[in-house]
Design a binder for this molecule. Structure first.
Ligand code: GTP
Ligand code: MG
Length: 411
């Protein structure tokens, strides 16, 4: 990682950073994650210069994962800025956009930190207003919202993007009604956070939508919102894609299944959908001439495979690195089939020994084997092994993805 700092009118050598007297930290540090935004930098700094320092002492920290000349452009444009501008260029973009924002928050020294995009979709003139709203409330987190009176998303290009954004906001608010109370725009990338509200949880590697992650995992007690008009991208191209959309859905699932109870509910719902591939398999195999009894056993494996894939991606996404996939798949299949084998004698026992009706016994056996299967899956498939394989945590995985994205984009 390269850490370069400029002070007004001069460029400082990174090696001198500790020795050269930097100006007093400002009241706000503006953190800007950038990926190939060279065409936007000058205008962004011009607008910050025009609207922020007169009202609020500031500094700007760019956290840059670019493969183009963005860092050089920043260095050059910073010469004319009446506030410190820092470029934190990361050779290994660990955690992608979320990881970049965490780096920026870590580097910030001011009382307030404002996170905003580098493409001018977030108006810099609003920075002092965000901080002022936080001081007035008083609040630990101030969200710039497109969805309250006075705000708008007019810069979202096309009906498709508007529909996607609206659906994503609705889904997110439905999944986290309590945590997101008072936050109308959890997908906003424009927000201010008070330094004292930055907990260790905030500084954990974050997922893709930073504000959402922060609100769900480390929400400050007081939150307020300020309306803003989402502008059109000034220059350069968007980094959002269908792949980003899937990343977002995985992120939501990861956040939603963070607690064991929620994970168990999702585990159950996924299990219930397993009958679809199971029935399909049975139909296909018997149609191909197989006797229905062996077909039942084979078709059951279709359901097991379906459940395994969904559970891997939606329930235990961040806990897969402890075992190889074939080890996990084998254990999962063993548990799923043991469930079937166990259920029949258990029903016989409940009916024969305890005099239950077949229906009650079946219901009880289903619940018992479900809980056992869930506990078994957690403990035997996804629990970290003592002294076992730990290579490639979630953050490293994201880093890898980000790097391949970077390489692709640069081509
Ligand atoms: N450091 C870093 N910044 C990133 C990365 N991906 C995106 N960014 C920056 O994050 C900000 C938001 O990205 P955009 O591509 O504008 O995404 P968006 O605003 O959802 O999409 P548009 O509405 O199409 O602009 C921009 O400043 C990007 O340069 C990344 O992997 N690393
Ligand atoms: Mg943008």
């Amino acid at each position: 990682m390269t850490y370069e700092s400029t002070v007004p009118g001069e460029l400082s050598d990174p090696a001198l950073r500790g020795a050269s007297p930097l100006p007093e930290p400002g009241a706000v540090t503006i953190v800007v994650p950038t990926f190939n935004e060279s065409a936007n930098i000058r205008e962004l700094l011009r607008q910050i210069t025009a609207s922020v320092p007169a009202r609020l002492p500031c500094e700007v920290v760019f956290v840059d994962d670019s493969t183009d000349d963005t860092p050089e452009v920043i260095r050059d444009a910073a010469r004319g800025c009446p506030y410190p501008v820092t470029v934190l260029h990361r050779e290994a973009p660990v955690g992608g956009l979320g990881g970049a924002v965490v780096e920026g928050i870590r580097a910030a020294t001011s009382d307030w930190i404002v996170v905003m995009d580098g493409d001018l979709q977030h108006p810099p003139a609003l920075v002092p207003e965000l901080v002022a709203a936080g001081e007035r409330a008083p609040a630990g987190l101030v969200v710039a919202s497109r969805y309250i009176k006075g705000g708008s998303r007019e810069g979202l290009a096309g009906g498709y993007r508007v529909a996607v954004s609206r659906a994503a906001t609705w889904l997110t608010k439905t999944l986290f009604p309590h945590r997101l109370r008072g936050i109308s725009d959890p997908m906003s990338g424009f927000f201010a956070i008070r330094r004292s509200a930055v907990t260790a949880d905030v500084l954990k590697p974050l997922g893709y939508k930073i504000l959402l992650e922060m609100a769900v995992r480390a929400r400050p007690r007081q939150v307020t919102e300020v309306p803003f008009v989402f502008q059109e991208r000034f220059a350069g191209e968007s980094k959002s894609s269908a792949q980003e959309g899937f990343r977002f859905l995985r992120h939501l699932a990861g956040l939603r299944t963070a607690s064991p109870v929620a994970r168990m509910v999702v585990f159950g719902l996924i299990g219930a959908t397993g009958f679809l591939p199971n029935l399909f398999g049975l139909w296909a195999l018997t149609a191909a001439g197989m006797h229905y009894l062996p077909a039942e056993i084979v078709a059951n494996q279709f359901g097991v495979a379906w459940n395994f894939l969904l559970i891997e991606h939606l329930c235990f996404r961040d806990r897969r690195q402890h075992r190889h996939w074939w080890d996990r798949a084998g254990r999962f299949a063993l548990l799923a089939n043991a469930d079937l084998v166990l259920r029949i004698p258990l029903i016989a026992l409940l009916v024969g020994r305890f005099g239950m009706s077949a229906l009650t016994a079946t219901a009880l056996a289903l619940v018992t084997t479900f809980v056992l299967r869930f506990a078994g899956t957690e403990a035997l498939v996804y629990l970290p092994r003592k002294g076992g394989r730990t290579g490639g945590g979630a953050a490293t995985g994201q880093g890898r993805r980000a790097r391949s994205r970077t390489a692709r984009r640069s081509s």
